[in-house]
Design a protein around this ligand. Structure first.
Ligand SMILES: CC(C)(COP(=O)(O)OP(=O)(O)OC[C@H]1O[C@@H](n2cnc3c(N)ncnc32)[C@H](O)[C@@H]1OP(=O)(O)O)[C@@H](O)C(=O)NCCC(=O)NCCS
Length: 290
C-alpha cells in the first residue's frame, strides 16, 4: 500500500491523539522510563489548538493514520510540536518525508528559526540534526510532592495575568508575543499570574493542575522569587503532584526544584536552528508549545 502524506482533518484529531499516546508509551517502555500519564481529552485539546493555529500533517496507509507531524509558526519562530510514527512502523522511511513536508510548509509561512523539544529517541535526535537543529541543552522535568514550601517572595505583588503583559514579556524572553498561545494557556484550568515590582510587571507564570509553565521573567536575578511564587501556587493546587520542566541553563530553577523536594523524572533535548531567546529566564509549558 502506498503512503499518502496530507494535512490532518479536524475529525481525525482523536485518532492522532491516540497514535501519540500509543507511541509515547512505547518510547517510555523501550527506554525503561516511567510512562508519562497523558490523558486522551487533554491531548485532544492541545491537538485541536495545534490544528487550528499551526501546521498539522499525517501519513496515511490505507485507512489508517500511521504518523503525525505538527507545529506552530509564531512570527519568525517555528516550533515543531509533535513527530510520531506508530511503533511497529518506525525507522522504515515513513517519518522523514512527513517531517520535510511540514518543515517546508513552516518555512513558506515565514519561519526562520526552527526549534523543537526532542525526546531522547536517537532517530528523532538524528532527524532534527539533519535539519540543522543543534542541541541547545537538556530540558529536565521535576515532579512529585513539594515537601518544602518556599518562603513567600518579598517586594513583589501577585496579580491576575493580563494578556498584553504576557505578550510583552514573551516578546522579550521568547522573541515572539504569541497571543494565540496565551489565549490557549488562559483557557486551561488553573491560575495565570503576573509579578509586579513598584507597579512594573517583571514576570508571569501559569500553573495548571500543579504543573508550572510557561513562565518568563525579565531579569536573571529574579529567578528565585518567580520560582518561589510558582512553586507555592503549584503546591496549593496539588501538594503531592507538582511538576515543572526546566531548561538546563536555568540553574536557579534547578536549585529551587531540588530545594522544594521534587524528583528528577524526565529529560529531553531542546534543539534549535537559529537564535531562540532567553532559555535561562523561561520555563516551558511542555513539548506541545514549549
Ligand atoms: C522519530 C520518528 C518520528 C522518525 O520517523 P521514522 O519513520 O522512524 O524515520 P525514517 O525511517 O523516515 O528516518 C529515519 C532516519 O534516521 C536514520 N537513523 C536511524 N537511527 C539513527 C541513528 N542512531 N543515528 C543517525 N541516524 C539514524 C535512519 O537511517 C533514517 O535515515 P535515512 O532517511 O537517510 O534512511 C520515529 O522514529 C518515532 O516515532 N520515534 C519514537 C517517537 C519519538 O521519539 N518521536 C519524537 C518526539 S520529539
Amino acid at each position: 500500500m502506498s503512503i499518502v502524506y496530507r494535512p490532518l482533518r479536524r475529525e481525525e484529531i482523536p485518532q492522532a491523539a491516540e497514535l501519540f499516546i500509543v507511541a509515547v508509551s512505547e518510547l517510555a517502555r523501550r527506554h525503561g522510563l516511567q510512562s508519562a500519564s497523558y490523558l486522551q481529552p487533554a491531548v485532544e485539546t492541545l491537538y485541536a489548538h495545534l490544528f487550528e493555529t499551526g501546521v498539522f500533517h499525517v501519513a496515511q496507509d490505507g485507512e489508517s493514520i500511521v504518523a503525525i507531524c505538527c507545529g506552530v509558526v509564531r512570527d519568525q519562530l517555528w516550533f515543531l510540536s509533535m513527530f510520531w510514527v506508530l511503533p511497529d512502523q518506525r525507522v522504515s522511511g515513513l517519518g522523514r518525508p512527513l517531517l520535510e513536508q511540514v518543515t517546508a510548509e513552516a518555512r513558506a509561512r515565514g519561519a526562520r528559526t526552527l526549534c523543537t523539544w526532542s525526546s531522547i529517541d536517537f532517530v528523532a535526535v538524528a532527524s532534527y540534526l539533519r535539519l540543522g537543529m543543534m542541541p541547545a541543552g537538556p530540558v529536565l522535568t521535576f515532579s512529585g510532592a513539594c515537601a518544602d514550601q518556599p518562603a513567600a517572595p518579598h517586594g513583589v505583588e501577585e496579580k491576575e495575568l493580563r494578556a498584553d503583559v504576557a505578550c510583552a514579556l514573551d516578546a522579550i524572553v521568547r522573541g515572539t508575543p504569541r497571543p494565540l498561545d496565551h489565549a490557549f494557556f488562559r483557557a486551561r484550568q488553573g491560575s495565570a499570574t503576573q509579578l509586579e515590582r513598584q507597579g512594573k510587571a517583571i514576570a508571569y507564570f501559569y500553573v495548571s493542575e500543579g504543573v508550572i509553565g510557561p513562565a518568563a521573567w525579565l531579569e536573571p536575578d529574579d529567578a528565585p522569587l518567580v520560582l518561589a511564587a510558582a512553586l507555592r501556587e503549584a503546591r496549593r493546587q496539588q501538594p503531592d503532584k507538582v511538576r515543572l520542566m526546566i531548561p538546563g541553563v536555568n540553574q536557579p530553577a534547578l536549585t529551587a526544584a531540588l530545594a522544594a523536594g521534587l524528583q528528577l523524572s524526565g529529560a529531553a533535548h531542546f534543539m534549535t536552528r537559529g537564535p531562540f531567546g532567553r532559555l535561562g529566564q523561561y520555563l516551558p509549558s511542555g513539548p506541545g508549545l514549549f
